[in-house]
Design a protein around this ligand. Structure first.
Ligand SMILES: Cc1ncc(COP(=O)(O)O)c(C=O)c1O
Length: 464
């Protein structure tokens, strides 16, 4: 253990790195000035590099929510002025999201709690004999909501073209008369690689299937057009789109949503409820999005999503994508200079990607490495299997069949890990954060950790 002034080291690493600011400035986010203590003393500005899990709130979202908060009122039911205002805000937010996703006329925007909730909602409304096709590479939110009896799991493809061929082959084998659904991610939460959504949608439709796009990692980084990609539904989460107030979205075709029983039964979803002569109740359910939004809606969460949609649209995705490409190049080039680092990839170096990069470091336990990045450099990344166990295990070269819960057991500090480290960033990330990260990786690999760590509840933590 050493008492070396790591605050100074971290600053020096940042300052010495190639500082090449490009493009537009990062969008202001909450927490950008927060400092955190370093285990060896001193403080640094926190470098939030775990956007793929949850991105910080955009300042604009926070300001919009704060401006609305005094006017908060019950949605849909109240007669008072603030209730009317809140109802307008809620329904206008639906229109904003419809436009943000470039939906078709007639598509419904249903507000949910998250991507996981959206995909479980879709699973609940599938026609009885619907078959589901999903790549084993998906996040568990896309992999697990479908009942086992109806799912075909597709093997991990090694190119986007192979993904399309694999899907076509599977669909060609299916019962051609029944309904079918394909579920695919737009951008991987492990590799950041973009999936060929438009081509997969075309393949699905050519075989009479429908397709839902898991845009949890795509929507914060790239424009999503339902019309252009021709997907039937799209799902995303507010907290990954700089709007961490507990809402999500499922948008797309109305028919399966209208035909099914409500996801939750209760007020808001029901238009008319009456007692029957036999003592039971008859219910007439809404056929609009409200059918699946029973209970008092999360108007703040929904308004926050709409605010984020507007903020990203106004900032311009061209500028956001260009800036992110610049950050991705800095990280990838920096990691490529460290021979002990292996970046995980399904589609190869040239694949287009978002700012999500997973890697392993020879001789390092990933939890140990991530703990040292945090404790010694003030950098927040993630380690583990990222709720995509089959994909990470395939990429690591171990048993790809194993599916479990988030947070896998770790080896002791210093042992080789069965898990990976993920760094992820986005619209609020300044160059300094990724420069500090690259410098810290280099320094940790070269010099080792400067502190002692031990395992506590399956995770590495600094010994205090
Ligand atoms: C690709 C992908 N899909 C779905 C989810 C689930 O999102 P949520 O936890 O917001 O439901 C995640 C979360 O990390 C994700 O990365």
């Amino acid at each position: 253990m050493s008492a070396r002034p790591v605050a100074a080291t971290a600053t020096a690493v940042a300052a010495s790195a190639d500082s090449d600011p490009c493009c537009a400035a990062p969008l202001p986010v909450l927490g950008r000035d927060v400092t955190v203590p370093l285990v060896t003393g001193g403080e640094v500005t926190y470098a939030a590099l775990d956007y793929a899990a949850s991105a910080p709130a955009l300042q604009r979202v926070w300001d919009d929510v704060a401006a609305y908060a005094p006017y908060y009122g019950s949605v849909h039911r109240g007669a008072g002025y603030l209730s009317q205002l809140s109802t307008d805000l809620f329904e206008n937010s639906r229109a904003t999201v419809h436009s943000f996703l470039d939906c078709r006329d007639g598509d419904q925007v249903v507000f949910t709690r998250s991507t996981t909730d959206s995909l479980n909602l879709l699973a609940a409304v599938l026609p009885a004999d619907c078959q589901v096709f999903v790549f084993e590479t998906e996040h568990h939110a896309s992999l697990l909501p479908w009942s086992d009896a109806r799912v075909t799991y597709l093997n991990a493809p090694r190119t986007p073209e192979e993904a399309v061929r694999t899907l076509e082959h599977a669909l060609a084998e299916r019962d051609p008369y029944g309904p079918a659904l394909v579920c695919v991610t737009g951008a991987s939460n492990v590799t950041g690689e973009l999936w060929p959504v438009k081509e997969l949608a075309a393949a699905a439709h050519a075989h009479g299937a429908r397709i839902v796009l898991d845009a949890a990692q795509l929507a914060p980084h790239h424009p999503v057009s339902v019309k252009e990609s021709d997907v039937d539904w799209v799902a995303f989460s507010g907290h990954k789109l700089y709007a961490p107030f507990g809402s999500g979205v499922l948008a797309g075709r109305a028919d399966w949503l209208q035909d099914a029983e409500p996801y939750l039964a209760g007020g808001g979803a029901s238009r008319k409820v009456s007692r029957r002569a036999d003592g039971g109740v008859d219910v007439e359910w809404h056929t609009t999005a409200a059918r699946h939004e029973a209970g008092s809606p999360n108007v703040i969460g929904v308004y926050a999503i709409a605010s984020a949609c507007k903020a990203l649209t106004e900032a311009g995705f061209d500028a956001l994508v260009e800036r992110e490409r610049h950050l991705i190049a800095k990280v990838r080039e920096g990691l490529a200079e460290v021979p002990q680092v292996r970046v995980l990839s399904l589609f190869g170096d040239e694949a287009p990607r978002v700012g999500v990069i997973s890697f392993v470091v020879d001789g390092w336990n990933s939890s140990h490495f991530a703990a040292a990045l945090s404790a010694e450099y003030g950098i927040g990344v993630r380690d583990g299997l990222f709720c995509a166990h089959p994909l990470v295990r395939t990429l690591l070269g171990s048993d790809p069949q194993e599916v479990g819960e988030c947070g896998a057991p770790e080896a002791e500090p210093g042992e080789r890990s069965l898990n990976a480290i993920r760094v992820s960033f986005g619209a609020g990330t300044p160059d300094e954060h990724v420069e500090r990260f690259v410098g810290a990786v280099r320094e940790l690999v070269r010099e080792g950790a400067k502190w002692t760590y031990h395992t506590e509840d399956g995770r590495c933590v600094p010994a205090v």
